[in-house]
Design a protein around this ligand. Structure first.
Ligand SMILES: Cc1ncc(C[n+]2csc(CCOP(=O)(O)OP(=O)(O)O)c2C)c(N)n1
Length: 375
């Protein structure tokens, strides 16, 4: 069958200007209630949770957080995770659950960390969200101010130091040191190889984090010394489908770009690299953490009580040879099992498939030791 009319593709321009902003730029901002909330009841303790930000929002958020001086959790997608480390609550999901603050201020996209979801069941915590699309990201009661950060923050006026009323920060460097010690004790475990990987990524041109463990492990264990401002991730309802394609589309024009995804996530999107011949591949690296299946499920308490067979149905162990995926799409392939294997990891004109195979026994020991840490 043919179309009656001839199909003539036009010149498409997908820049932000032609697509338009998601929220109307001329919304009237009413920041008075938020400004009052920020000034009141400091003794209850405020924690800031910074989710994904657009590049033009980062500077305002950085100065706002520095002036407010409260402890915070800045996710990698904020682009400020490293820059704000001086105020970071390391291992925040556990620390905040053990000792919840009285107030949470969320800036940017809905946070992906566990504690944000725990807030559903902590109605006594007062929450304000400031975000471009106005989505509360919680089913419980909370306050939302819709607006771009670079409009809202200047409208709040001068920000007074609110400080760390509940003393989260005095323990922060001790917690960071304990994490570093664990990573050193199990150098070929998944978290430790991710720490090493993160040093390489930090000198690249941007990072895409796939669903599942990579996003969680990056926030916990990636290096803190060098800023990684350009980070995107898909999480939650997005599923593991289409993650590699999302990275390839987002970074089509970018050199030295990295993706870090799990093995099932990579296998779900086997055909995605067909497009490599059409995009910028200079220094492009697809890092696949090949831990042999969906290991995120092994961290779930419920799975630990299941029969081995049922647990297998959840985690879907696999033994695919990923060098075949590299061959299929003309990528170089480097397999990494220990820290020393990273040495020849040089980017080039061809995309590199960096297959990271953590030591399973060390990973198990790492998590067992991790679970023994209490805050
Ligand atoms: C389309 C789709 N199917 C199934 C799931 C459920 N799911 C969530 S995480 C996950 C496992 C991911 O495994 P992998 O990419 O190897 O990462 P790991 O957990 O090992 O870090 C699965 C199957 C999903 N999110 N989306």
């Amino acid at each position: 069958m043919e179309f009656e009319e001839a199909f003539e593709p036009g010149v498409e321009d997908f820049t932000r200007e032609t697509l338009g902003e998601f929220s109307a730029a001329k919304d009237r901002l009413d920041v008075a209630a938020l400004a009052r909330w920020l000034r009141e009841e400091h003794y209850k303790g405020i924690v800031v949770m910074v989710g994904g930000l657009e590049p033009d929002e980062r500077e305002d958020v950085f100065h706002f957080c520095s002036d407010l001086g409260v402890p915070l959790v800045a996710e990698a997608t904020s682009g400020l995770r490293e820059a704000l480390e001086g105020l970071a609550i390391h291992d925040a999901d556990r620390v905040l659950k053990a000792r919840p603050p009285g107030k949470i201020l969320r800036l940017g996209e809905v946070p992906s960390g566990r504690f944000w979801r725990d807030l559903e069941d902590l109605p006594e915590i007062s929450i304000w969200s400031v975000c471009r699309n106005g989505l509360p990201g919680l089913a419980r009661e909370s306050n939302v101010l819709r607006g771009r950060m670079d409009r809202v923050i200047p409208a709040l006026g001068e920000i007074a130091l609110a400080d760390d009323a509940l003393d989260y920060l005095p323990g922060a460097s001790g917690r960071a040191t304990r994490i570093d010690e664990l990573l050193e004790s199990y150098p070929d475990s998944e978290p430790a190889l991710l720490r090493t990987l993160s040093h390489y990524v930090s000198i690249g041109g941007g990072l895409f984090l796939g669903n599942s463990l990579p996003i969680r492990e990056w926030n916990l264990f990636a290096q803190w010394a060098r800023p990684v401002p350009s980070v995107r991730a898909n999480r939650g309802a997005n599923g593991i489908d289409g993650q590699v394609s999302t990275w390839l589309g987002w970074s089509a024009d970018v050199s030295e770009t990295w993706a870090v995804v799990g093995d099932l996530t990579a296998l779900y999107d086997l055909a995605a690299p067909f497009v490599l011949e059409q995009i910028n591949c200079q220094g492009r690296v697809l890092a696949v953490i090949n831990n042999g299946g969906g290991k995120i499920f092994e961290r779930l308490p419920r799975l630990q009580t299941m029969s081995p067979r049922a647990a297998e149905w959840m985690s879907n162990p696999q033994t695919a040879d990923l060098s075949g995926l590299a061959t299929l799409w003309g990528m170089r392939h480097l397999r990494i099992r220990t820290v020393d294997d990273f040495d020849p990891c040089e980017s080039g004109e061809k995309t590199l498939l960096l297959e990271i195979v953590p030591d399973a026994a060390q990973t198990t020991s790492f998590w067992a030791a991790w679970d023994r840490i209490s805050h």
